[in-house]
Design a protein around this ligand. Structure first.
Ligand code: HDE
Length: 726
């Protein structure tokens, strides 16, 4: 809209562009006046082909954007300089408040396509016609960090989807974890205050490894299930493309008669689940704090469009009654084994934003934005959110007209009598701004439609007004345990490691002890591991309102490793090369990578690249210290003999292989690479995850091995904690 309005900021349509002779004429005059000090004509550097005229916000062409207006060449700047004042004024106001949570985020456009009709349970227009595509916008985020914080903080990821349906925008504002820390929105400010930097010292940034967070958590047993997820590798996603999304709450779907079906929403990544390991995450944050946003941008720009399936778990009151837990409690899941996930559509992200601020920063998601056919339940977290999101938009976007901003505007017709306010852009022509009115068709404006219009489920009131937590919300440990036992051994180990790491950053022993006392209720083995890692005795179990149900069976759907892609498609290999690297070997390797649909980058001593054995020059994508192995899913090292000798005395090269080894990556090794591995101290440790890539056949076998993504068996040999556990 902004692009086509009279407020055209591109200025392409405005007047005649200055010609070179126009400019030099202007400069000559000033030179004549002796006002171009020192720099000759350099103040007006114009690249060849620039034709657009710079204007003020009012559209006035600007003659000089380099110098403010002064009284005399060395004199004071004049207030009269409206161009300067406007430019600085606008700059001074470039920022809006960052989101109080989920400040760090990245978004893209795409579409939702229905693959299976849900017309049996909902009248929602978006779920009626199979094959129909509806525009969508998705913003991923971390929760605790500020806007400039690194992408790979250990944190929950936001997964907020705006679907521009024909009957209004639907915002499904979810996370990559299906449960939450708290049960009642009343506790949200406390949770977030505790997680964010402490108010006195303003650190630590984007981390939960500190006293305040664990103090709050250890006093909030309802968070234990979420703690298991948060300490798992779910909070270290390899990419936005490799994480699931969840609507978290139980919602309702309503059919045309108003009959309700409960629903939980799931987004399942086509690329499969994948995470990185903690030590890797820490290093990625230094090497590339934009790791996730770069990955999303690159994937879309290269045409490898990220995709998720939309799944729904549908159930009725009878199931809800029979379920061990309350479906209104956002700290609980419904295992897929109990209510299968029905896949009904796909979400594809196929377009990056034109402008980060206009779209990603200004997009306003609100849980209460639902179209007819979708409705809320009484989940007290959801009810609180329905207030919070609208309120927060007012603060951030400065007025009630945030829906006029193109990214927030519905793509269906909008017709109402709401008017005015800050930055009102859309308006209704004519006299009628109220209803009922008697101005008649065409002039009198819109009227409600009891059939098409949004209707709420006619729920019966539940009882007296109370400030109370229902009894049915009281079991805080059973599903935490179920999550833990659903993980593969390596994932369970990572949960233990993460708890030990985080609690080791907690200074107060009583907080550590209280936290471990909750773990005793989750699983005695985990509590013992964590206590041991902290160097303390296992404390008494925390008092539990309900005993832990140890009989809940594992659910395979909850493991990342068990739900990997079994493919290396879309993943990236870092290939370390030097001058003289074997050109045939490189060709064989890159062919195998491409055949798998994977990507590679050449990492070399100089960014200018290397001269291969056959004399071909190959540019590098990264210089070694700018392309550490943490940026890749697997690595291959194929230096020449002389090259290997040089790499062997280069610390970043040694880090390249030791890190890849420590992070359990598959490593492809060329025939001349031995000196590097020897100097890196790895020669005696090379295992089945370290494979030759000397021939094309070897290269293919190497890439096939990479489909497992990590060689987890190695962890026993690279981690003292693992040995202690074994
Ligand atoms: Fe949010 N949350 N939240 N949240 N949330 C916000 O809205 C809030 C919760 C989630 O990419 C805020 O526009 C309350 C659960 C995402 O722009 C704010 C409660 C889940 C995003 C807010 C919760 C989420 C937000 C801040 C407890 C997963 C980023 C900026 C009842 C289901 C959306 C904004 C984006 C953002 C409030 C809990 C997801 C303050 C009160 C549970 C993905 O309104």
């Amino acid at each position: 809209m902004a692009k086509s309005s009279s407020n055209n900021v591109t200025g392409k349509a405005r007047g005649k562009s200055p010609t070179r002779s126009d400019q030099s004429a202007g400069e000559q005059t000033r030179e004549e006046m002796g006002l171009l000090l020192g720099s000759g004509g350099e103040t007006h550097q114009t690249a060849e082909g620039d034709t657009e005229v710079l204007t003020t916000q009012q559209g006035v062409p600007v003659s000089d954007d380099q110098n403010s207006l002064k009284q005399g060449a060395r004199g004071p700047t004049l207030l009269e300089d409206f161009h300067f004042r406007e430019k600085i004024f606008h700059f001074d106001h470039e920022r809006i408040p960052e989101r109080v949570v989920h400040a760090r985020g990245y978004a893209a456009h795409g579409f939702f396509e229905l693959t299976e009709s849900l017309s049996d349970v909902t009248s929602a227009d978006v779920f009626q016609r199979v094959g129909e595509k509806t525009p969508a916008f998705v913003r991923f985020s971390t929760v605790a960090g500020s806007k400039g914080s690194p992408d790979l903080a250990r944190d929950v990821r936001g997964f907020a989807v705006k679907i521009y349906t024909k009957e209004g925008n639907w915002d499904l504002v979810g996370n990559n974890i299906p449960v939450f820390f708290i049960q009642d929105a009343m506790k949200f400010p406390d949770l977030i205050h505790a997680a964010k930097p402490a108010p006195d010292r303003a650190f630590p940034q984007a981390q939960t490894a500190h006293d305040n967070f664990w103090d709050f958590i250890s006093l909030t047993p309802e968070s234990m299930h979420m703690v298991m997820w948060a300490m798992s590798d779910r909070t270290l996603p390899r990419s936005f493309r490799t994480m699931e999304g969840f609507g978290v709450h139980t919602f309702r779907m309503l059919d045309a008669e108003g009959n309700s079906t409960f629903v939980k929403f799931h987004w399942k990544p086509k690329a499969g689940l994948q995470s990185v390991v903690w030590n890797e995450a820490v290093k990625i944050n230094g090497a590339d704090p934009d790791f996730h946003r770069r990955d999303l941008w690159d994937a879309i720009e290269s045409g490898d469009f990220p995709e998720w399936e939309l799944g729904v778990q549908l159930f009725d009151e009878a199931f809800a009654e029979s379920f061990d837990f309350d479906v209104l409690d956002a700290t609980k899941i419904i295992p897929e084994e109990l209510v299968p996930v029905r896949i009904v559509g796909r979400l594809v992200l196929d377009r990056v934003v034109d402008n980060f601020f206009a779209e990603t920063e200004q997009v306003a998601f609100c849980t209460q934005h639902v179209p007819p056919g979708i409705d809320f339940t009484n989940d007290p977290l959801l009810q609180g959110r329905n207030f919070s999101y609208l309120d927060t938009q007012l603060k951030r976007l400065g007025g009630p007209n945030f829906t006029h901003i193109p990214i927030n505007a519905p793509k269906c017709s909008v017709s109402h009598f709401q008017q005015d306010g800050h930055m009102a852009i859309n308006y209704r022509a004519g006299r009628a701004n109220y209803e009922p009115n008697s101005w008649g068709p065409g002039i009198g404006g819109p009227r409600e439609d009891p059939v098409r219009g949004f209707r709420s489920y006619e729920a019966e009131p539940d009882g007296p007004k109370l400030r109370i937590r229902p009894e049915s919300f009281a079991d805080h440990y059973s599903q935490a345990r179920q999550f833990l036992i659903s993980q593969t051994p390596i994932e369970q180990k990572h949960i233990g490691d993460a708890l030990v790491f985080e609690l080791s950053k907690v200074e107060r022993l009583d907080i550590r002890t209280r936290m471990v006392s909750h773990l005793v209720n989750v699983d005695a083995g985990l509590a013992a591991t964590v206590a041991d890692g902290l160097g303390m005795e296992v404390p008494e179990a925390a008092q539990a309102a309900r005993p832990t149900m140890t009989e809940l069976p594992p659910s395979a759907a909850l493991s990342i490793v068990a739900n990997g892609p079994d493919s290396f498609e879309g993943r990236k290999v870092g290939i370390l090369v030097t001058d003289g690297s074997d050109s045939k070997m490189l060709a064989g390797l890159t062919k195998a990578i491409e055949k798998e649909g994977a990507l590679y980058e050449l990492v070399a001593p100089k960014i200018g690249g290397v001269t291969l054995s056959d004399g071909t020059k190959m540019p590098a994508k990264q210089k070694i210290d700018g392309g550490p192995s943490i940026l890749y899913d697997a690595v291959a090292v194929i230096p020449s003999q002389e090259g290997a000798a040089l790499l062997a005395i280069d610390a970043p090269s040694k880090d390249f292989v030791t890190d890849a080894f420590a992070h359990c990556k598959f490593i492809g090794i060329g025939p001349d690479a031995a000196p590097l591995f020897e100097k890196a101290g790895l020669s005696d440790d090379l295992d089945d995850g370290c494979l030759p890539v000397g021939s094309a056949k070897d290269a293919t076998a190497f890439i096939e091995a990479c489909r497992k993504l990590r060689f987890w068996d190695r962890e026993l040999n690279v981690d003292l904690d693992a040995q202690a556990d074994a």
